[in-house]
Design a protein. Structure first.
Length: 188
């Protein structure tokens, strides 16, 4: 994720009054944070707004950072909790295919049957992930998209390592069943 030593130096400088150094942390982590918020909230405008709120919250919380975890892990935990809080405040919203980025499925030059099949499965997988509970979507994002180790996900979410492993197993099973049903409906 980056150099934690560099992050700590910047944090120390920020806490000593060089608040302009915070822009370095924001620039370093803005894409990662936006990917998380977008992955959990499924709405660009909300993700942008919540990301900004998260960076303000992180800035205000910097004096509380105790170096027990990497800065990125600590920041992820704040972001994850903010996304969960945001989702809980909202009315339940329906998840739809419109939330899938069209650029992810741009026409391929060699439009083979295999490429079409892969694209179709990807669309179905995105739909299945969108139907997961927000905390499960967060776990999927951390583990599969950010490639975070389970022990770091445990620090972020506050769940035990064994609980995360169990949840990931159940999520994979649930996604498998959802994909199977979706493919059967497509065939019918």
């Amino acid at each position: 994720m980056g150099n934690n030593h560099e992050d700590i130096l910047w944090i120390e400088e920020i806490l000593k009054g060089q608040t302009d150094r915070y822009a370095l942390l924001v620039n370093k982590y803005k894409d990662m944070l936006f990917a998380l918020t977008m992955g959990m909230l499924k709405n660009r405008e909300e993700a942008e707004e919540v990301s900004q709120d998260i960076f303000v919250k992180i800035f205000n919380a910097l004096p509380k950072f105790q170096h027990k975890a990497k800065f990125s892990t600590w920041m992820y935990r704040i972001a994850y909790n903010e996304c969960i809080s945001h989702l809980r405040k909202q009315k339940p919203h329906t998840l739809s295919v419109e939330n899938i980025s069209p650029s992810a499925f741009a026409e391929k030059e060699d439009n083979t049957d295999e490429a079409d099949e892969t694209e179709r499965k990807y669309v179905l997988l995105k739909q299945a992930i969108e139907q997961l509970h927000e905390t499960d979507r967060g776990l999927v994002h951390f583990f599969y998209f950010d490639n975070l180790p389970v022990n770091e996900i445990a620090q972020i979410t506050g769940l035990s390592v064994s609980n995360i492993k169990t949840k990931l197993f159940r999520i994979r099973k649930k996604l498998h069943e959802s994909l199977k049903l979706m493919m059967e409906k497509e065939m019918a």
